[in-house]
Design a protein around this ligand. Structure first.
Ligand code: AMP
Ligand code: GLY
Length: 429
């Protein structure tokens, strides 16, 4: 089977790495891919949002299955276009992808189908929004409705910050048209957990839960990023909690979308806050998370290509239950100084090699080649994933590997996984 993977980040690198293990797969193309991905797949110079270009390529090269990594092509309707051309593709249609593409839609949908989430109000009028946030309980959470690469959320701790956030999103349009409408919601307390599930619109199979680290700095300080690291599984998520998430969040979402004429095939990602009153949805994504995928897929024993095909064919119920390694994985992202606002790129990277001898993988996010040299080419540069029998060992292994890698202005968090490990009595003796 020939597969085309759309995207060019660490998530796509991990998806391709996993697909390479399948005996069903004979060749993998990546569009646009990146320098690290080029080591294991053939890069194709077509951007992820060039839907017609991608469909033409798939047709011409007899691609058997296209797998979409990022949200943008999904919200632009790549799946609809491929379906029209009779090309097999893994991911939700444009209508189904609105669960990520519009936070206004997602919140209204959750209200209608009684899916637990923070109480909220929606505004498209500046005066009304400003008036509301002036009297809202603090902290208050203000979100641009549309796509903003994980950065469209402001947690305001006082009135002035709240009014400013509304102004920046709705008037200065710092997130462009994504800020035409906003969601203002109550602040939720608790630990954040990411739960991703495979679904063909009828059956839901959950992946192991993982935890992202969204803030740039240690101890959850500094601005939100795309994600600075993740670990899997999350040890405080017991079977009962996972069952609740499946039955009260994921399944009602999939069945509700079906009722709305938005049949969902692909990965549904629930970004949850584990509050004292139970799990609540902060956001849905219509795709695999980045960097969660780099920590989750290395633990998946089942054949990923098999799962993708079953979903596209609507047969997810008849494949075997997902099998997982009884191990722990952690992914630590190495980023460029200045990330997320103004990353400094173009630096030579030292120490990029195959670390499989240390039970670790490097998943490239933003790298390029200049002759034999590796050069930084993005805010997030590379993720180091280590798999060990337990989380503390995986964490120390990943940081050991990192000691070998260097570039000017390299930044990373030194506390990935510690929130969970701190709860695990075996950590630190
Ligand atoms: P989102 O893109 O909606 O997941 O929001 C990005 C980040 O903002 C989340 O990962 C949380 O850290 C934070 N956040 C979003 N909504 C809330 C909320 N209602 N309460 C507390 N934190 C939130
Ligand atoms: N890691 C968060 C996301 O993929 O949206």
């Amino acid at each position: 089977m020939k597969i085309l993977v759309v995207g060019g980040g660490g998530r796509e690198h991990a998806i391709i790495w996993k697909l390479k293990q399948s005996s069903l797969v004979s060749k993998i193309f990546a569009a646009p891919g990146n320098a690290g991905i080029s080591l294991i797949a053939e890069s194709v110079d077509i951007k992820a949002d060039n839907i017609n270009g991608l469909a033409d390529f798939a047709k011409k090269n007899n691609i058997d299955l296209t797998v979409v990594g990022p949200e943008l092509p999904l919200t632009l309707g790549i799946v609809d276009e491929f379906n029209q051309r009779d090309l097999r593709i893994f991911g939700p249609t444009q209508l189904a992808a609105e669960i990520e593409g519009s936070k206004v839609f997602a919140k209204e949908f959750m209200r209608k189908y009684h899916i637990p989430t923070a109480p909220y109000q929606i505004f498209s009028d500046l005066t009304e929004a400003t008036k509301f946030v002036k009297s809202a309980a603090l902290p208050v959470v203000i979100k641009a409705s549309g796509l903003a690469a994980g950065k469209g959320v402001v947690i305001a701790h006082n009135q002035e910050e709240a009014v400013q956030a509304v102004e920046r999103i709705m008037v200065q349009k710092v997130f462009g048209e994504a800020g035409t409408s906003i969601v203002v919601e109550n602040f939720l307390e608790g630990q954040e957990v990411s739960v991703m599930a495979f679904t063909d619109g009828k059956t839901v199979k959950m992946m192991l839960p993982s935890q992202d680290h969204k803030r740039v700095g240690d101890g959850d300080t500094g601005p939100n990023t795309g994600g600075m690291g993740a670990y899997c599984p999350v040890n405080f998520m017991d079977d009962i909690t996972l069952k609740t998430i499946k039955e009260h969040i994921l399944e009602p979402t999939i069945y509700g979308l079906e009722r709305e004429g938005r049949n969902y095939k692909g990965v549904l990602y629930a970004g949850l806050m584990m509050t004292p009153a139970g799990p609540k949805v902060m956001e849905f994504n219509c795709r695999f998370g980045d960097p969660e995928t780099q920590a989750v897929l290395p633990l998946l024993k089942s054949d990923l290509a098999d799962i993708f095909i079953a979903i596209v064919d609507g047969n997810l119920s008849i494949i075997d239950e997902l099998e997982w390694e009884q191990k722990a994985a952690v992914c630590v992202i190495l980023a460029s100084k200045g990330y997320p606002d103004k990353p400094e790129i173009g630096r030579r990277i030292f120490g990029l090699r195959d670390y499989s001898d240390m039970d670790s993988m490097l998943y490239h996010s933003g790298t390029r080649r200049e002759g034999k040299n590796w050069i930084t080419a993005g805010g997030r540069v590379v993720g180091v994933t280590s798999v060990e029998n337990d989380l503390p060992s995986a964490i120390s292994r990943a940081y050991n590997v990192i000691e070998n890698i260097k570039f000017d202005g390299m930044i990373y968090r030194t506390d990935i996984g510690l929130k969970s490990a701190a709860m695990n009595r075996s950590y630190g003796g």
